[in-house]
Design a protein around this ligand. Structure first.
Ligand code: GDP
Length: 290
């Protein structure tokens, strides 16, 4: 995962980031919060609501190509109940991005109506993108810019260094996203971020991580996982996750000299396959009980 961006957050850095985002927020009417559809809880910044305060927000459940479709629908309903507009997108293929501008219009409808009452015809709405590292902010910006390509010319009053792109009729986007920190003091959050590859593997015990992923997969028993490793449902029931990791390694012929199973290689392979959705479209976090 060479392209992976891992930021070491420390208090000074967080304060600086917060200040930068606060100043960008002054320039925009609404915010697009990008999260990972497989881990909609762990991929959210805990302080975002406080930061954006009463600015309208659209949630983009990104990487929905790798998440379970039913689960994504449930998450959209969950957010709707909280008066939040969420849409599923796949910034790799661009699927769902045509729903973005309409979603912004929905969350901005009151303000647009008010501006129209004041005599402003077709007011321009400005938005910024925010999210924790690796959720797909750059992918989203690149896709939106490529699709539309219109750079907004320098405008008086706009801080130098800020570039705007027209991404739909009367909709402009700030080119630099706000990069926020995840909730890193929670062990489960850390694990779930690591499952998806949002945290560097070097700082984690890869075999332990694979075992934790198998703990979760064992409960779910996704059909793709069972067939991929030529397992039986019974193989997955009542088995210790480390034994299951060994079983998987053996099935793939991952042996070290002496005939022992190379569990480290098996762990790397398992996580790789999870991260590229080869084990199926798996959503790790569900809205129930939240
Ligand atoms: P950022 O750190 O938030 O800017 O995230 P990036 O845009 O760099 O994306 C991180 C990784 O996720 C890259 O490898 C992207 O190709 C991948 N990615 C982004 N969006 C999607 C998506 O919707 N589906 C899939 N499968 N991969 C995605």
């Amino acid at each position: 995962m060479s392209e992976m961006q891992t930021i070491q957050w420390f208090p000074g850095h967080m304060t600086k980031t917060k200040r930068q985002i606060q100043s960008s927020l002054k320039l925009v009417d609404a915010v697009a919060e990008i999260i990972d559809a497989r881990i909609p809880v762990s991929s959210r910044n805990p302080d975002l609501a406080k930061l954006v305060q009463n600015k309208p927000r659209v949630i983009l459940l990104n990487k929905c190509d790798m998440a379970n479709q039913t689960a994504t629908k449930m998450w959209i309903d969950y957010f709707k109940k909280q008066n939040l507009v969420a849409i599923p997108v796949d910034c790799k293929s661009g699927r769902g991005l045509d729903k973005f501008a309409p979603a912004v219009n929905t969350v901005m409808s009151h303000k647009i109506a008010r501006l129209k009452e004041k005599g402003m015809v077709n007011p321009t709405i400005r938005i910024m993108i925010v999210g924790i590292p690796n959720v797909g902010k750059s992918s989203f910006i690149n896709k939106m810019v490529k699709k539309n390509r219109a750079k907004v010319e320098d405008r008086p009053g706009v801080t130098r260094g800020n570039q705007w792109y027209t991404i739909a009729k009367n909709l402009e986007m700030l080119d630099t996203p706000g990069v926020l920190w995840p909730k890193f003091d929670d062990k489960t959050v850390g694990e779930h971020l690591a499952f998806t590859g949002a945290v560097k593997d070097q700082i984690l015990d890869i075999e332990l991580l694979a075992v934790r992923l198998l703990d979760f997969i064992k409960e779910l028993k996704p059909a793709d996982f069972i067939t991929r490793f030529k397992l039986e449902n019974e193989d997955v029931e009542n088995i210790d996750s480390y034994e299951l990791l060994k079983m998987i390694g053996k099935k793939r012929g991952m042996l070290v000299s002496g005939g022992e199973i190379d569990t480290e290689r098996a762990a790397i392979m398992l996580l790789d396959e999870f991260r590229s959705a080869k084990l199926g479209r798996i959503t790790v976090e569900m809205p129930q009980g939240r």
